[in-house]
Design a protein around this ligand. Structure first.
Ligand code: UD1
Length: 421
């Protein structure tokens, strides 16, 4: 099995290109199920999660061609041949639930296994189901599957989410495009991936207003057409690589990065003593002199500090000057990277949803184990800062969400390679 070997302590310099967003692509791909006409996605990231979604869509009868080395995905669902999203594929990735809304909206029926994905908490799908039920879907949970029917088609409804869910907003948004009448989504997620999805759906002929705010209004149409759409920049990959020069020192330009994708995160970096500025090509990140300052972080839905950057931020704060408190408010079990960072010499106390990090002078390389996608990259970042060698195992988590991580970091001077165990 692959491992990543990192030898830390080198300042970085150069440029890193940022890929299209995994999470945007995973919601744009199922949008193909809404239309008989082709959907072409450009700027797609090359990741194992995208391969899993390809496999899932193909199992439903969609055609997905991967072109230009995977950067272009040509999707077509002129007919949906099978209405069951099988456990064997769905268990690999939680985003599989995003085929439910589109399939139900177009076909009036869908059977989707309850999902798996990263082990970062219970992560139910009740909000997805409640939204679809409000739109007239009849739902039955049996044998680990959601059996959904809408014999007369879905109907527009007012859906108020009790708390913000990215996936439930996406599922309801896609379903509403083909529902009869008007749907209003209240307390909707405002993430850039939602805006990207709405923009793509609008190109396909959907009538949507208010994306990027907490109220989205959708006027249902009879059918949707084809479109070509570029996937928005991956703000989590962007934030992850912004942390590389912050941790190691040096100066790195992140190509394609924009501040409006990472506002709250960049503000915390500034507080910690890291300069971030916009350039014509992206974002330039440079560590100011001396040790990083301790900062407190609370994860929140967008535009707040993203939970998907909490683990990586913790890696930075392990060597900060002082005590930092990280509060995780989105997922209840998302500090599994802490015991691994402790193996590298970090001082971290976890109590419930709060981690207190007391900065140490230096981390030391160690063998560590990735537990989920973002945790795995936080260990690589910590390894870049540590003295000696760090070997990260179980990197299949990493390959779900980061394309060519070792190549991108090596290009800016990091001593990192993929090795066989
Ligand atoms: C998406 C992202 C994930 C990110 C998360 C929060 C994708 C493919 N994944 O996940 O990387 O960490 O947003 O920014 O886009 N919840 C319920 N019931 C539901 C749905 C969610 O209780 O029906 C809870 C979850 O357990 C979690 C919280 O709501 O505690 C937010 O989850 P949600 O925003 O739905 O995350 P995902 O869409 O799964």
């Amino acid at each position: 099995m692959d491992q990543i070997l990192v030898r830390g302590g080198k300042p970085l310099g150069g440029t890193i290109p940022i890929a299209g967003a995994k999470n945007a692509c995973l919601t744009l791909m199922p949008a193909t199920l809404l239309s008989e006409e082709p959907l072409t996605l450009t700027n797609a990231p090359r990741l194992s999660d995208i391969a899993t979604m390809t496999q899932l869509l193909a199992s439903l009868g969609a055609e997905v061609a991967s072109l230009q080395g995977g950067q272009v995905l040509a999707l077509s669902s002129h007919a949906i041949a099978n209405h069951t999203a099988d456990y064997d594929i769905v268990r690999k990735m939680r985003a599989s639930i995003l085929v439910l809304g589109p399939m139900l909206a177009r076909e009036g029926q869908a059977v989707v296994s309850l999902p798996g994905g990263c082990a970062i908490g219970a992560r139910p799908v009740d909000l997805h189901l409640k939204a679809l039920a409000a739109m007239g879907a009849e739902l039955d949970l049996r044998d680990g599957y959601v059996h959904a029917k809408a014999p007369g088609g879905l109907k527009g409804a007012v859906v108020e989410f009790p708390f913000v869910s990215v996936g439930a907003t996406e599922n309801a948004l896609m379903a509403a495009t083909l529902a009869k009448g008007t749907t209003v989504l209240k307390n909707a997620a405002r993430e850039p991936e939602i805006v990207d999805l709405a923009e793509c759906l609008r190109k396909m002929g959907a009538q949507i207003e208010g994306e990027g705010t907490s109220t989205i209004t959708i006027q249902g149409v009879d059918r949707l057409g084809g479109a070509t759409h570029p996937v928005v920049t991956d703000r989590i990959e962007l934030g992850t690589y912004m942390l590389a020069p912050a941790i190691c020192g040096g100066e790195v330009e992140l190509l394609g990065g924009r501040l409006n994708l990472v506002g709250a995160f960049a503000a915390k970096l500034d507080e910690a003593g890291i300069d971030v500025s916009e350039t014509p090509r992206g974002l330039l990140v440079r560590r100011r002199n001396g040790r990083v300052n301790a900062v407190n972080v609370v994860t929140e839905p967008f535009p707040g500090f993203p939970t998907d950057l909490q683990a990586q931020m913790m890696a930075l704060l392990c060597t900060a000057d002082g005590v930092s408190v990280l509060e995780e408010r989105i997922f209840e079990n998302r500090f599994m990277h802490a015991p691994e960072l402790i193996r590298m010499g970090a001082q971290i106390d976890v109590h419930g949803g709060t981690a207190t990090v007391t900065g140490v002078d230096r981390l030391r390389g160690a063998p560590v184990m990735a537990t989920d996608l973002r945790a795995s990259v936080s260990l690589i970042l910590a390894g870049l800062a540590a003295e000696g060698e760090t070997v990260v195992s179980r990197v299949y988590h990493l390959d779900r969400g980061y394309e060519r991580v070792e190549e991108k970091l090596r290009a800016v001077g990091a001593d990192i390679e993929r090795v066989q165990a």
